[in-house]
Design a protein around this ligand. Structure first.
Ligand SMILES: Nc1nc2c(ncn2[C@@H]2O[C@H](COP(=O)(O)OP(=O)(O)OP(=O)(O)O)[C@@H](O)[C@H]2O)c(=O)[nH]1
Ligand SMILES: [Mg+2]
Length: 847
């Protein structure tokens, strides 16, 4: 703010600190006058108008006098602030740093100012729109004139240049060659960029040249490479006649060197001069594999560049339907071409062999294979020139391969035997009409013509030059249009629809005009299209075999399952007859040794009055009855750790502790089982005598036994020892529906506890003398929770049940049978009030 005698000026809206050149902005400044200003103005004689003679008049003039509408008409006489505007001075243009103002003499120039305005002092705020164009620090002045006085208020702002790419000005900061090439021009390329671009280009270029040179070198190298040359002596000539096919035979040939070589004849052989000649291929072993050796009958041979080129060409070929070239022998008289050997013979041989059944799957496969091989050759612009069924051979997978291709000069013979008339005729048959007259070079369509003859051979399975007929025309007229082709030698037969298209293909391939013949690529596609079986016959066979083997696997799995079931059944049967361990040992042929067991319990039972029962029943009834009874017994003994030894008639023998040792538990197991068996007899009904009560006698004795299998026929697991006899005696001296127990068992049961036994007394046992025996009467009932006032029957001294009592107390009991009966009666009365405690099933009635 400035104060000039009471006239104050200050910025309300200052100019911005920075502004872009050309941008419009507004500034506002205020002009106010203090009361003192007017007196000061009078003193300074600022107001020129004569009417303004006092401070009061000056105030009235400034605050009330309207200024002219147009600022240009305003002056100190008619307007208080008669000039107000903004001046701008770019300081860069000023020579000395001074205020930018019109009244200040300056070496610089005022560059711009806004339009002036005029007004009263009461307007206070003055606004102006400013545009600055010159870049750099600029002084801005708000400038007013009051009467003769001028006042200015200054501010500074920095004007930033406007960056406009394409305005022809390159500011060098924001605009550089990389950001604005239009104004600053293209950037000069840096060395790094030049290297970055140039290096890869050079590398690519050099590698291209190197590759091209390498290929050229390889070609040259291959041309001069002689690794394909085979020393004829390195070939081990086959000494064995090959008999892969029925028609294959071998015959010795006169060999130029000492090697006794053999050749394999694949075609039928006749002695007729004009007929089909015996055709051979030599075979040998080279590098571990059988090779076909094509001997070249020549007296001179030089490895010329042409021959090298031919060899190079043939070495570059690789196709599954071309016989591979392995190498060549170049030394006269053993000049030869060594190629892959196909053991199934030539197509001609196979087709003419009636013993080989060939369905159309095979035939289409042959036609397709040849078309593929020829298509590959033709793609390499190679004519075969001698395509015929003799030059199509079959490998061990029945893949047809073309042989004797290329190497035309190499094959040239100067000492060959003259062709027989058969061979001449054969050649004529395969030669296309356009080549018949002149000695023309082979052509691609010429190969197609030869192929048509092979197609005919495949279809008819006949020789292109039949022995019987020398007329070519007649023998090889094409099949009539439609569906007729010759299946047998001369017998036309109906063939499927696709065969008519096959006939059409032959006709097209035999066109007189070579231009009308299809290419091998077209033929290949066509044959594929008309072939009903898209896969090769070998693949078909493999698929079938795979299916068959899968089926076989399922069948084997089923049979194995059946076998397992049967084995399980026999195992079950065997284990029911012998202990498992014994049965397993027996099956494995291990020697079986009798085993002794120190402590076992043996049970015997016998049906009381069985002889009488048998005499009053039919044998069937007896068998039926025994079967039912022992099946019931068998079911029961399953619940115990016992082993049923045998049934002898009506006797039933069971042991525990054999073959599985179980301490002294065997006594308990047999006793519990015996109680169950006797118990079930009570309810058992003899099927044919339902009113007769079945009664068995049972005896138990514990002691050592020896167990083992005796005999080899019908082997049985038997127990031996005195224990068995004693046990049997216990049974025979027992009574109906009673179980007699020897004292040894008694002591064991006493040890185990829980059984009710009663001493029977001293018994005269045959062969054993006097024995104290016991009746096994039942099991001790579980201890019930005692009702009030009821004494514990075991602890109660008045109770005389035989449970865990010393043997002496037992002997007391056995002295007086009546007292025992009395005791029982008492017990019944005492515990009658406790349901289920003393029941008649548990206490066997000794009466
Ligand atoms: N098994 C078998 N036989 C072959 C093989 N190469 C040629 N042959 C047979 O050997 C016999 C004689 O063959 P070449 O000496 O080539 O005589 P050619 O094929 O009749 O006549 P050109 O090849 O035209 O000279 C023919 O029956 C051929 O089919 C082969 O790799 N394996
Ligand atoms: Mg051949």
């Amino acid at each position: 703010m400035i104060d000039c005698g009471g006239l104050e000026m200050s910025w309300v809206v200052r100019p911005p600190e920075e502004v872009v050149s050309g941008d419009v902005f507004s500034v506002t400044y205020s002009v106010t006058a203090q009361d003192s200003f007017y007196q000061w103005a009078m003193d300074q004689d600022i107001f020129p108008h004569s009417s303004v003679s006092s401070a009061t008049a000056a105030r009235v003039f400034c605050e009330s006098h309207d200024c002219p509408a147009n600022w240009k008409d305003a002056n100190g006489d008619n307007c208080c602030i008669h000039h107000a505007n903004i001046h701008s001075c770019p300081l860069g243009f000023m020579t000395t740093e001074r205020i930018c103002g019109p009244w200040i003499p300056d070496d610089g120039r005022i560059f711009t100012h806004t339009l002036s305005t005029a007004g009263k002092m009461t307007q206070t705020n003055w606004t102006a729109k400013v545009v600055l164009v010159h870049a750099g620090l600029t002084s801005l002045i708000a400038h007013i004139r009051v009467g003769r006085m001028q006042v200015a208020l200054e501010a500074k702002t920095t004007v930033l240049p406007v960056v406009v790419c394409g305005d022809g000005v390159c500011d060098g900061v924001e605009e550089v060659c990389s950001t604005c090439p239009a104004d600053c021009g293209d950037c000069p390329m840096t060395a790094a960029i030049k290297v970055a671009i140039g290096l890869p280009v050079t590398v690519v270029f050099i590698s291209f040249i190197i590759t091209a040179m390498w290929f050229k070198y390889q070609k040259q190298r291959m041309l001069w490479d002689e690794s394909w040359i085979i020393d004829f002596r390195q070939i081990k000539h086959d000494q064995v006649a090959r008999t892969t096919m029925g028609s294959i035979m071998s015959a010795p040939i006169a060999n130029s060197d000492s090697n006794a070589s053999r050749v394999t004849a694949l075609s039928s052989c006749t002695a007729h001069a004009n007929s089909r000649k015996q055709l051979f291929t030599h075979t040998g072993i080279y590098d571990g594999r059988t090779v076909a050796i094509k001997r070249i009958q020549t007296k001179t041979f030089s490895l010329s560049k042409t021959i090298r080129r031919e060899v190079k060409q043939v070495r570059e070929l690789d196709h599954p339907n071309l016989c591979k070239f392995f190498g060549g022998c170049v030394e006269v008289p053993n000049v030869a071409i060594i190629t892959e050997y196909c053991p199934k013979g030539s197509l001609n041989d196979v087709l003419l062999n009636d013993e080989i059944p060939l369905n159309w799957g095979f035939r289409f496969s042959f036609a397709t294979d040849i078309a593929r091989g020829m298509s590959y050759l033709h793609q390499h612009r190679i004519c075969h020139g001698r395509l015929k069924s003799l030059n199509c051979v079959l490998d061990d997978r029945w893949v047809c391969k073309i042989t004797d291709y290329c190497l035309t000069i190499y094959r040239r013979e100067d000492a060959a035997e003259p062709l027989s008339s058969y061979q001449m005729r054969l050649r004529e048959v395969y030669t296309p009409p356009e080549c018949q007259t002149a000695n023309q070079e082979p052509t691609l369509p010429g190969d197609v013509f030869s192929y048509s003859i092979i197609l005919l051979e495949i279809a008819t399975r006949s020789d292109p030059v039949p022995v019987e007929d020398s007329s070519l025309e007649c023998a090889w007229c094409p099949p009539p249009p439609g569906t007729h082709l010759w299946q047998g030698r001369q017998t036309p037969v109906r063939v499927p629809q696709s065969m008519s298209r096959y006939g059409g293909l032959i006709r097209r391939c035999r066109s007189h005009n070579p231009v009308h013949r299809p290419t091998f690529e077209q033929i290949r596609k066509f044959v594929y299209r008309i072939n009903p079986n898209k896969v090769s016959p070998v693949d078909m066979m493999m698929n079938l075999m795979e299916k068959y083997s899968k089926h076989l696997e399922v069948l084997v799995a089923e049979r194995t399952q059946d076998l397992m079931h049967e084995k399980q059944k026999t195992d079950r049967l065997l284990y029911s007859m012998l202990p498992k361990q014994v049965a397993d040992d027996l099956r494995q042929g291990k020697p079986l040794q009798a085993q002794s067991y120190v402590s076992t319990t043996v049970f015997f039972s016998d049906i009381v009055g069985f002889t009488h029962l048998s005499s009053s029943s039919t044998p069937y009834q007896v068998v039926d009855f025994l079967n039912k009874l022992y099946t019931t017994f068998d079911d029961i003994i399953d619940n115990y750790d016992v082993y049923k030894v045998e049934t002898i008639g009506d006797a039933y023998m069971v042991v525990s502790g054999v073959p599985r040792v179980n301490g002294i538990q065997h006594a308990a197991e047999i006793s519990s089982m015996a109680l169950d068996l006797v118990g079930v007899c009570r309810s058992f009904r003899i099927p044919h005598k339902p009113n007769t009560q079945l009664q068995i006698r049972a005896g138990i004795h514990s002691g050592p036994v020896v167990a083992g299998v005796v005999g080899t026929k019908m082997p049985r697991y038997c127990l031996f020892g005195d224990t068995v006899n004693t046990s049997s005696r216990m049974e025979s001296t027992s009574e109906a529906l009673k179980i007699q127990v020897s004292s040894s068992t008694f002591y064991l049961l006493e040890e185990i506890g829980g059984y009710l036994l009663q001493c029977r007394g001293m018994l005269q046992v045959k062969g054993k003398g006097d024995m104290v025996t016991y009746w096994l009467e039942g099991k001790q009932p579980l201890q019930p929770s005692k009702p009030p006032g009821v004494k514990d029957p075991v602890k109660d001294p008045s109770t005389k049940l035989a449970s865990r009592k010393p043997a002496s107390s037992m002997s007391v009991l056995d002295t007086d049978r009546d007292r025992e009966m009395e005791r029982r009666e008492r017990d019944r009365e005492r515990y009658a009030s406790i349901p289920g405690l003393l029941n008649h099933d548990l206490l066997l009635d000794s009466a």
